[in-house]
Write a protein that binds this ligand. Sequence first.
Ligand SMILES: *Cc1c(COP(=O)(O)O)cnc(C)c1O
Length: 474
Amino acid sequence: MTTDERALPLDLDPSAIARLGRHAVDFLADWVRELDSAPASDYEQAERLTTALRRPPGDGPGDFGALLELFREAAGQGVDTAGPGYLAYFPAGGLVTAALAELLAETVNRFTGVAQTAPALVAMEHGVLTWFCDRFGLPPGAGGLVTTGGSVGTLSALLAARQSLADGTAAASHALGDGTIYVTEHTHYCVAKAARIAGLPAERIRIVPATADLRMDVPSAATMIAADRAAGLRPFLLVGTAGTTSSGTVDPLAELGELARREGLWFHVDAAYGGGFQLTERGRARLSGMETADSIVLDPHKSLFLPYGTGLLLVRDPHVLHAAHAADGRYLQDLSPTGDLPDFGHLGVELTREFRGLRLWLPLHLHGVQAFERELDEKLDLTADLHRRLAQDARFEVPWQPDLTVVLFRLRGTDERNRRFLAEINATRRVYLSSTTIDGRFFLRLCVLNFRTHADRLEEALGIIRTAASREVR
Ligand SMILES: *Cc1c(COP(=O)(O)O)cnc(C)c1O
């Protein structure tokens, strides 16, 4: 190697880009090839590696191959959230084509925070957004934003809901302290977190009782809204969940939408997990009523298999979103609105952002929509089958029929026994499950959502579960 090659300038020449790029892409292909046989969880080297990984960077250039090896080792530690054995939380896998889109988007590095600097790229992203709005049954004129995930989208939805409340009165700031929000105990905590960030007092969040099948009880919600209004408060936001995090349960969305409309509340649907299923016929039937929402959050990094860091916020009226977020600065005086294209920087929390739309646009156009439908349909079938077989085994309690792809089950007996049962299952390192607590009781939680998980791994999972159960139940 000559000295020139060793000093790696920041402005890589095309041949260096090709050389490093090939090396990196070869690495990815190898990595994906190994996923099937890789352990579902592995902590053996974690401690040893932390020392090596905390070393500060050198003044001179490093060796790309050696650095990649270090990354390979580090990435192999912990839970393999991209592998087929990952059945915990919400496994998506992470489409490689979306990762390639990321590489492309970040290399051209055009600025898509406003439309003027990259009108055609913004049009690509806007096209994806309006396509989703259409698939969710929102009316023409609906729009939204590609965010980093459900939490950020929920914050913006809450700000829009607050804005809509403020618009109706002169006293915008006064409105907030009096505002009340309606959720259930099964609602994701990102709603409470968003409320806290927005300055809404915690005691303004109303926990509406859930029915025995874990759905928001609509008559109770109506009663609570009426009582709050009678007490001089200002109910402004009703949150329905399309696939709760613990159990994947879908709230009665149509009835909630109707209640919100009748009472003049903003209806937000948290479809962070369930939203992707809207692409399937069964999903659309189970999520019916979502089209009445004022805002919808969904996480393509869950039920559309994208890499982490991709969320969607869809809103019926983007003007409200704009009013809730738009700001101005003299340093932006050269920029003006471009036709009917959105300025994404005025619709959410971020101004500067990567061209996030390509991550969705490329996989959708390249694989085609049916490829996603087929995967999701397969996951629905696999879940129904697994649920049926667990429910047939008298050793297990399987109280809830899955709405989507989450199955909750437990061994008859104590929570302690079930904690041990989960640990035994995960110790096989072929699958990785998580748990949750419903009505004060511990449940194992299995979610089928990774596009790399198919019947063979679930068959293996069922075998592992049965074997661990026989050890516990003697
Ligand atoms: C995951 C999840 C969220 C939070 O989304 P992030 O993308 O993790 O920020 C919100 N709501 C529900 C129902 C979820 O499952």
